[in-house]
Design a protein around this ligand. Structure first.
Ligand code: FE2
Ligand code: FE2
Length: 177
């Protein structure tokens, strides 16, 4: 298990995070952010999914990447949880309709290809959802925070694509050699 700071920061986009701040309490925004925090497409789902992928894959490099990315998602969970609290919400693991987070939100992929392709799809869905929420939220502090999180999710897609490419090239080489 690799857990040094260099490895962790490798899976986040470069640059600092904005301070967690809100203009004013707003239960509507808090509720909206619960979807990103503990809904179907959420940071909590990403942490659970990537941790599982890390535990089960036999491709060591892919396993390490999933762990590294899951640590970035934990940071996102923390940032959203703090924001939800400041908005007057309760950061329980529920979605916007109050439904508790469910373990069947996780895609339980084991093979390196399916892990990476489903992770790319998950990140794209997360970005789309953040973009929709940015349209609704007028508070600039929250919009900036979501923008910073989106940068990390874009970085994750790049990392997953690179890993997928490496895997394909590796297989080609082993077939030729
Ligand atoms: Fe995230
Ligand atoms: Fe991500």
């Amino acid at each position: 298990m690799v857990s040094n700071d260099t490895h962790k920061s490798d899976c986040a986009a470069p640059g600092p995070y904005p301070l967690v701040k809100v203009l004013a309490e707003n239960p509507f925004y808090a509720n909206l952010l619960l979807e990103d925090y503990g809904g179907l497409v959420s940071e909590f789902t990403a942490i659970a999914q990537y941790s599982y992928n890390h535990f089960v894959t036999d491709e060591e490099e892919v396993g390490e990447l999933m762990e590294c990315v899951s640590i970035t998602e934990m940071h996102h969970l923390e940032l959203l949880g703090e924001t939800i609290k400041m908005l007057g919400g309760d950061p329980k693991y529920v979605n916007s309709r109050g439904k508790f987070w469910n373990a069947d939100y996780v895609y339980y992929g084991k093979g390196a290809y399916e892990i990476l392709t489903s992770a790319i799809a998950s990140e794209k869905e997360a970005i789309e959802q953040y973009r929709r929420h940015q349209q609704v939220i007028v508070d600039p502090h929250i919009v900036n925070l979501l923008e910073r999180i989106i940068k990390d999710e874009i970085r994750h897609i790049e990392l997953f694509i690179a890993a997928l490419r490496k895997l394909r090239n590796g297989n080609k080489e082993s077939k030729q050699g």
